[in-house]
Ligand binder design. Sequence first.
Ligand SMILES: [Zn+2]
Ligand SMILES: [Zn+2]
Length: 638
Amino acid sequence: MKKLICAVLCVCFMILSVTAAFAAESNLTVDGTWSIRVPASPTPYERFAANKLQSALSEVFGVSVASSADASAPYIAVGSAGALDVSDIADNGYRIRAVDGCIHINGTGTRGLQVGAYRFLEEFCGRKVYTAQITELPKAQSITVPADTDIRYEPYFEYTETDWRCGSSDIAEFSMANGMFGGMYRSLSAEMGGTIRYIGGFCHTMGSLCETANYKDTHPEYLALHDGERTTDQPCLMNPDVLEIAKKNVLKILREQHDPNASLQIVSVTQNDNYHFCQCEACKAFEAAHGGVQSATMLYFVNQIADVVKEAGYNNVAVDTFAYQYTRQAPTGIVPRDNVIVRLCTIECCFAHALDDPSCSRNTALMQDLRDWSAICDRLYIWDYTTNYAHTCLVFPDFGVIQRNIQVFYEHSVKGIYEEGNYYMASCDAEFGDLRLYMIAKCLQNPYCDLDAEIDGFLAAYYGNGWKHIRKAVDLYTEKAGDKDGHLMIYVGSKQSLQLKERDVSVLDRCWADALREAETDTQKEHIARSELSWRFWKASRKKSEFSLLNPNRYAEKEKLFRDLQAFGVTTLSEGGHNDYLDCICIKYAPADEWNDYEAGERGAETRVFFGRILEALMPILTLGGVYYKLYQRIYQR
Ligand SMILES: [Zn+2]
Ligand SMILES: [Zn+2]
């Protein structure tokens, strides 16, 4: 019996060995002897993809990789130089396949091939573009491509955009590597495949399209009747003359800015940013007949504009409107034309809980609207929010929902997503802007990516050796996100942003200190100090740790935070609050998230300073020279 078992085991071992050897032999080993094979007359897309592969692989192998139309095997064939059929792949998708000892990459649409080349470099060379400044490309003698490689990718969304880092002029490489193709905040060359642009305005265009301001005196009936008065804030959407004016202006925009070669262009016909919709008899009657919601008149209006756009032959143009605030609910008995985009906006939502988390009461209405619009709209887009507009310097702990929410959108047939963030980041870069940009890009590229691994990779590249401490901080922020009920909205003070016990505060202090201690380069240290501003800002708002009432030095700490914010170029603390805090004479005496409220010369500010100075003078006595604070530190910071 023993002999029999031994014999069986031997046979099994031999089979396994042979299989392993066969697999190892058939894997492709790509090195500097390989070439890039290009078509004899390459398109701009093919030339761009080939150049990208050639330069990156030359860098990897440390030799000049050749590129030619008559390259002999082994080679990487680009576009029509290879033999890959991509006719069944959706626009802007690609295929990467190992065939007969060579590699073929091909794509569709205006950018599928180029993005496929980037995917090859990421997948097999480990090339990661984490920010506009940080690209990792490990050097190697050779890289291994499994013999059975056959990667097929189709974009999850036709339109992806965010305003994080919109000020960065060199965001194109990041966008190509991580999949971001909206044209509002980035410019991609024609050979890169271009962008999808909104022409004639990105949002809140209704006033200008309907010229409401021009008809105040001559045709008040063109204006919205709201609370008994005509207002230029919105037009009357059932007035046929208003519709003609808007049609004329949309066609004028298209005559001037239409690009017949673009994959898609969008004209926005969207309500102004207020609630002053028309309540005239005609509007009310139409809405009453279509579900009793204001989106009914909006859709009626936009559909007819979409019709004239189509009749005029603009087949690569879509007309976009909002499902925003008072138009958020879907109507009944009327559906969007196929060239209409509806952008559903999540402005009222909670970002501590995923949109489909049944435990969150704040998101159930939005989920219903998402389902309703998804049922009637073939081109549903999302306008989503990813920062705290009231206090942009505070930590905004939405890290736990970014991926799931994008999955939820995808699972409801959403075709485009705009993740609005901190578009004024150039004057308010104090948090995790680069991390959030990377997370958003990766999830829009593939909502089901291994985001944890992506985050870890980013943190290591961005913050250096001590990155695990930052990861711990991010995870703790995420766990403790929101108000006392655990909800996180986008216009909140420090009290509603995080719920931390004294022990948590100490743990987080240690995370930041440990990360800084283990960082090696000046850039990593700068990244840590910059992101830590948001933590210090939270503590200075909640009177925690070094900003504690027990610390006699808290006034100096507050001044130090103020100086550091300025040194890092932070001149804005909230949306629309440009430079306000620079005038604040209460820096030392008010919590950080109240700085914008105090201006020199105002009575409240003077009073605050007066009582603040008295308290400051008494501090050494009140705290017995800091004895209580030392005690506090002994208890919590061990
Ligand atoms: Zn009306
Ligand atoms: Zn919630």
